[in-house]
Design a protein around this ligand. Structure first.
Ligand code: DGL
Length: 277
């Protein structure tokens, strides 16, 4: 039976729009409800317990929108808080597992790099999973906390020496390790792909977690017979926990299209329970 309920997508803020972009490309007929926790972003420098309780509230909010499937578009939530999805009454997908599977498939020299927020890298989820699928892999990781504000400031050009300087500095251990595959383990990093490619060289395969995840969501929906029938044009709804003046500019950077702030719902996320007990 086709299922026209929306897919719920959430992130700590607007970064998840890079994942939404891939979902739209791979699943153009699906309705999507996006929640960005812009009032509490960033998650990447918070404690594990805070990230978990925020993720639970985000999931609760999406459930209130009658979603059929939830995607945690956030690298940090996917690494630190996948357990929050255990009690969900709908299917859930994070962005870590499928990007790891793609990386393991791509690598020839078994040297894989991972970059992400501080919480993501400290958690080690990517490394554990890579070693599960490819036990003799050599994994080099690097936390890149300044990439998120850099992108949101609109600084991502590969011709900008400040951008290149920062990319070189963060990626140095990964470049020295000689990886042939690099997982971009945070929502904002695909925007920096030209700069990252310039530093790492053309031969290094960059894994976009949004694309890896969108393909996996599609095959899940097919397997579970939950695809939308596509008879009506698909609808996207946006909800945020704070709407700032920079909203439109950041959307353009991350999604590649303007999003009208008037069409965005403001959510008091604190009223959603941080548990499923
Ligand atoms: N969305 C987050 C991630 O992918 C980056 C921003 C944040 O730190 O909350 O990890």
């Amino acid at each position: 039976m086709p299922d026209n309920r929306p897919i719920g997508v959430f992130d700590s803020g607007l970064g998840g729009l890079t994942v939404l972009k891939e979902l739209q490309r791979v699943l153009p007929n699906e309705n999507i409800v996006y929640f960005g926790d812009t009032g509490r972003v960033p998650y990447g420098n918070k404690s594990n317990s805070t990230i978990k309780s925020y993720a639970l509230q985000d999931e609760r909010f999406l459930l209130s929108k009658n979603v059929k499937y939830i995607v945690a578009a956030c690298g940090t939530v996917s690494a630190v808080a996948p357990d929050t999805a255990k009690a969900l009454p709908v299917c859930f997908m994070g962005v870590v597992e499928n990007s790891v599977k793609d990386a393991v498939e791509c690598t020839k020299n078994k040297k894989i790099g991972v970059i992400g927020t501080s919480a993501t890298i400290a958690n080690g989820a990517h490394k554990r999973l890579i070693e599960k699928y490819l036990p003799d892999a050599e994994v080099t990781t690097s936390e890149c906390p300044l990439f998120v504000p850099l992108v949101e400031e609109g600084w991502f050009s590969a011709d900008d020496e400040v951008v290149i300087g920062l990319v070189e500095r963060y990626l140095k251990p990964i470049k020295i390790a000689g990886v042939d595959t690099l997982i971009l383990g945070c929502t904002h990093y695909p925007v920096l792909k030209d700069a990252i490619r310039k530093v790492m060289g053309d031969k290094v395969m960059l894994i976009n977690m949004g694309y890896s995840t969108a393909r996996a969501v599609k095959s899940d929906l097919e397997r579970l017979d939950l695809l939308n029938d596509g008879k009506e044009p698909s609808v996207k709804e946006f909800y945020l926990s704070d709407i700032t003046s920079g909203f439109s500019k950041i959307c353009k950077i991350l999604l590649g299209e303007e999003t009208d702030g008037d069409k965005v719902g403001l959510v008091d996320i604190s009223k959603y329970e941080a548990s499923f007990d």
